[in-house]
Design a protein around this ligand. Structure first.
Ligand SMILES: [Zn+2]
Length: 490
């Protein structure tokens, strides 16, 4: 009797909780920003031809620049061409060279009391992996326009950013637009190899001059056509990344007794190191729901079908299931976990000699909120072996997540929706690193977004084979960038 009463009480409670949460979910209001004014029209063919030409300059960053004879000449040729291709922008803006080939432009505004805004992109591209040249449908450095696309290394990463921003400035200047606040552009020359000569030097210079930006926009976010297709009824999603993961590589050095392999110690340096790496892989970082992802769900929920909207707006109940689902896929796991990747392992020189030293590199991509000290503490505790030294080889920490209600967010979202009114604009975390990490002290809001519209399958073209951008997508990206500059600086 008593048990059945309890059971019915529980049943009524569950039903009423579901009823209340379902009612709330059904009544969620969209928090998407309204579309801004119509951005300038551009000449699509002219813009596509200029981007195609830009691809022919082999502005390649090599890990070791000593590998290449005259590595900087292509950049110098590129600069001469940029001047002729974008004459209005060059005549209206002041230009400073940073670290040799970095381009820092200032477009003066009419009101010096307003904080300026900064747009960051980069001129350098990664090389084509030797041996894969023949796999390209059109050669990587010929800048071919065919089948509705512009093909070549740098179309997505990211000459479409450098040319797109200059194209946008030209379109605005043709309209007679004058910014109220200063608009700055920085186009780095070594983003693909950490950005020390370019972005870091530019950031140091701006900091020394006491310049602080209202907000900053860098590369690293697309309008994706075919993601969340069912819950969103086919609407594209504009990912404006408000955060990026930090980057840290640890060097593990194991020491052990050497000697002849016929009389080995119980554990060699190689064995100790292998077991340390095994421990790191067997104990991944805990799953967590970082703030930018929570912000993303808040923006997404009202736009989705009922079930998804209910799940995303009742995380107190669904968070565990969502986390496990995201973590189960290699592509989405990095959004909910600091990742661990053992990437380099060296030890031993001969099969019958016990090595005294073995060394490994482990690369971590760290979610916002975890510090280098937290990382070192966790790794030392897991490895727990005095014979293994742990040191930071390389580490960069990006700015804290940007806001989703500041002026930068509003300018970006309004400009996206002016070109793609049906798009759902959401914040997110970029899992790779961009030059914007160097600008962390210059603004509290740093966004990563290119305006380029594509399908998920095309994303792998960046750094891969058949990198390409749709001609119409590029033209729309230029209009979005022009909208952002006009809205953000007006
Ligand atoms: Zn890039």
């Amino acid at each position: 009797m008593k048990i059945s009463r309890i059971a019915s009480c529980v049943g009524v409670t569950v039903l009423s909780i579901f009823g209340v949460t379902a009612f709330q979910a059904a009544n969620l209001k969209s928090i998407q920003i309204d579309a801004g004014p119509e951005p300038p029209q551009i000449n699509i063919e002219g813009a596509a031809n200029r981007l195609a030409t830009a691809l022919r300059f082999r502005t390649i960053s090599h890990q070791d620049t000593a590998d290449v004879a005259l590595p900087f000449q292509p950049f110098r040729d590129f600069h001469i061409w940029l001047r002729s291709a974008f004459p209005a922008a060059h005549s209206q803006m002041e230009l400073e060279m940073i670290g040799g080939e970095g381009l820092l432009f200032r477009w003066p505004g009419s009101d010096l009391n307003l904080d300026p805004i900064l747009f960051v992109s980069h001129q350098d591209v990664v090389p084509v992996e030797p041996g894969t040249e023949a796999e390209w449908t059109y050669p990587a450095f010929e800048g071919t326009i065919a089948d509705g696309y512009i093909w070549g290394r740098g179309t997505l990463d990211v000459k479409s950013g450098v040319c797109g921003l200059l194209e946008a400035a030209e379109a605005l200047l043709r309209e007679g637009f004058e910014p109220r606040r200063d608009v700055w552009f920085f186009f780095g020359q070594d983003e693909e190899v950490m950005g020390n000569r370019g972005a870091r030097a530019a950031a140091e210079l701006l900091k020394k001059r006491g310049i602080r930006f209202s907000w900053i926009l860098d590369e690293g976010g697309f309008v994706v056509e075919d993601i969340l297709t069912a819950p969103l009824g086919g609407r594209p999603v504009a990912w404006v990344n408000t955060a990026e993961k930090a980057y840290c590589t640890l060097r593990l050095t194991a020491r052990g007794e050497g000697g002849h392999s016929s009389t080995p110690p119980t554990h060699t340096a190689v064995g100790k190191l292998a077991s340390a790496i095994h421990r790191l892989e067997a104990n991944p970082f805990p799953l967590e729901m970082p703030q930018p992802l929570l912000d993303q769900f808040r923006q997404l929920a009202p736009e989705c079908d009922f079930l998804t909207r209910w799940a995303l707006s009742n995380l107190w109940l669904t968070e565990g299931v969502l986390l496990r689902r995201l973590a189960s896929d290699r592509l989405t796991a990095p959004f909910v976990r600091t990742t661990t990747a053992a990437t380099v392992f060296h030890g031993g020189i001969k099969e019958n000699v016990v090595p005294q030293i073995a060394e490994a590199l482990v690369n971590f991509r760290i979610l916002p909120g975890t510090t280098p000290a937290d990382l070192m503490h966790r790794v030392s505790r897991l490895i727990d072996n005095p014979d293994i030294d742990i040191e930071i080889k390389e580490a960069t920490f990006p700015p804290a997540p940007a806001s989703t209600d500041g002026p930068g967010w509003v300018s970006i979202a309004a400009s996206v929706r002016a070109v793609y009114p049906e798009a759902v604009v959401v914040p997110g975390i970029f899992t790779a690193a961009t030059d914007s990490r160097h600008f962390r002290d210059l603004a509290s809001d740093v966004y990563r977004f290119s305006g380029v519209r594509l399908k998920m399958a095309d994303v792998k073209g960046a750094h891969g084979t058949d990198e390409r951008i749709g001609v119409a997508s590029y033209a729309a990206a230029v209009r979005i960038l022009a909208g952002i500059i006009r809205h953000g600086s007006g």
